[in-house]
Design a protein around this ligand. Structure first.
Ligand code: OSB
Ligand code: MG
Length: 371
């Protein structure tokens, strides 16, 4: 039996090494919430709500996440005994949406449960990989020469695939330039909903470039138009924003809206739902990969554990921390070696230690509940 005796919500602000631009805007500063849970025996679990500051990727923001966590999720779970993760998420099953807010708390409980079981988180989840293949997601650059230089650096480091952010006006010519220089590079694009069905003939030009996939070309909440688009394209469509649950995945796959799904624990409310999507996709022959939300070391460690599941068969957006931050909040530093990240398998839990000194350096606010 488990029981959360104390919950801390830590608003931690960090700067990205390089500003990141997507079709909906740019950012250089992150405001994530580190969720720290302590059980009756003093064991501590960590999770991360890696929600964007502004409601530009999803409807949630750092402030809505704090509101939902403080006013609804924490009161629903504090001090309540539970045996399983299903029972735990059931405490707040009546809360609609707000998946990033839920995920930070749920992931902290997974870390705690792994420690109670004395097992690495990857093993508790059912992971089978000893290392994960890592890719990079590169923002839109005003100057294609700058983008090509960045790609050269990451390719030299050994990263296994490159994802380019695209938008109307910064798409075909950019992809053509990258393809010309790297004819065999595993390459894909992510449009973050920048196009509509009126752009079908334009998007068909992507088929020339032998891309692994095009991610979320159409509306953030659509699965119907994506099905029309997928019929017209040879390039596989991958959904990100549109998928919030295993039910969403089932509907999208039944409609033929995509051939690949990007799984982010935050977007789907936690690791339990992420694993359900993984399992359903596996049963349907649909490969998945782990997306990223510029996570700090805690969320990144959870992503590594998730990516160790067998159907995560395509390199994802989980890169080494050094791509994003001058200094991260966990030890040892999370690094890719020849494009691979080792899945921690010796210590119980997420397998990285939180560096409280660094975390406190970036701490903006702290909310403490319980004893
Ligand atoms: O659409 O996958 C996305 C970052 C923030 C919000 C949305 C997305 C992204 C990324 C970066 O592509 C992934 C990463 O490097 O963590
Ligand atoms: Mg995406």
């Amino acid at each position: 039996m488990l029981k959360l005796q104390n919950i801390e919500l830590l608003h931690v602000r960090m700067s990205l090494k390089n500003p990141f631009e997507t079709s909906f805007g740019g950012k250089s500063e992150l405001n994530h919430i580190i969720v720290k849970v302590t059980d009756e025996n003093g064991l501590v679990g960590y999770g991360e709500t890696a929600c964007p500051t502004k409601p530009d990727y999803c409807p949630e923001t750092i402030e809505t996440c704090l509101h939902i966590q403080r006013d609804y999720l924490v009161p629903a779970v504090l001090g309540k005994p539970f045996e399983t993760i299903e029972e735990f998420v059931g405490f707040y099953g009546w809360v609609r949406g707000n998946n990033f807010a839920k995920a930070g708390l749920e992931m902290a409980v997974w870390d705690l449960m792994a420690q109670v079981e004395n097992a690495p988180l990857a093993r508790l989840l059912g992971g089978t990989r000893s290392y994960i293949e890592s890719g990079v997601s590169l923002g839109i650059e005003a100057d294609t020469g700058v983008l090509l230089e960045k790609i050269a650096g990451f390719v030299a480091e050994g990263y296994r695939r490159v994802k380019l952010k695209v938008k109307p006006g910064r798409d075909m010519a950019v992809v053509a330039a990258v393809r010309q220089k790297y004819p065999n590079l595993p390459l894909m694009v992510d449009a973050n909903s920048a196009y509509t069905l009126a752009d079908i003939s334009h998007l068909k030009k992507l088929d020339e470039f032998n891309l692994m996939m095009v991610e979320q070309p159409l509306s953030h909440d659509d699965i119907v138009d994506h099905a029309h688009l997928q019929k017209a394209l040879n390039t596989p469509v991958c959904l990100d924003e549109s998928i919030h649950s295993a039910e969403d995945a089932r509907k999208a796959i039944e409609l033929g809206s995509c051939q690949i799904i990007n799984i982010k624990a935050g977007r789907v409310g936690g690791l339990l739902e992420a694993r359900k999507i993984h399992d359903y996709c596996q049963s349907q022959g649909i490969p998945v990969w782990c997306g990223g939300m510029h996570e700090y070391g805690i969320g990144r460690a959870h992503n590594i554990a998730l990516s160790s599941l067998p159907n995560f068969s395509i390199p994802g957006d989980v890169s080494g921390s050094d791509k994003y931050f001058a200094q991260d909040i966990v030890q040892p530093p999370i690094l890719a070696n020849d494009g691979c990240i080792t899945v921690p398998d010796s210590e119980p839990g997420i397998g990285y230690q939180v560096d409280e000194a660094v975390l406190n350096q970036f701490l903006v606010n702290k909310y403490v509940f319980g004893e």
